[in-house]
Design a protein around this ligand. Structure first.
Ligand code: SF4
Length: 65
């Protein structure tokens, strides 16, 4: 599974970092999300799915590949 982050959509709310700190971080200057792991290990996917579900900007997608 691969994570896609649509940066222009991100409103810097930070929920993704709370849900999945291994996969997401935020830029220091403006809080926009940073993808740390484009292809997270299986054990991290539950957190990523939670981030997808709670992101207020619908900026995160988990795609099969
Ligand atoms: S939860 Fe969504 S809007 Fe908030 S920082 Fe993460 S990607 Fe951006």
């Amino acid at each position: 599974m691969r994570v896609e982050l649509d940066e222009p959509k991100c409103v810097a709310a930070g929920q993704c970092v709370m849900a999945s700190p291994e996969v997401f971080d935020q830029r220091d200057d403006d809080g926009v999300a940073i993808l740390l792991e484009e292809q997270p290990a299986d054990e991290l996917l539950d957190g990523v799915r939670e981030a997808v579900a709670i992101c207020p900007a619908a900026a995160i997608r988990l795609v099969d590949q």
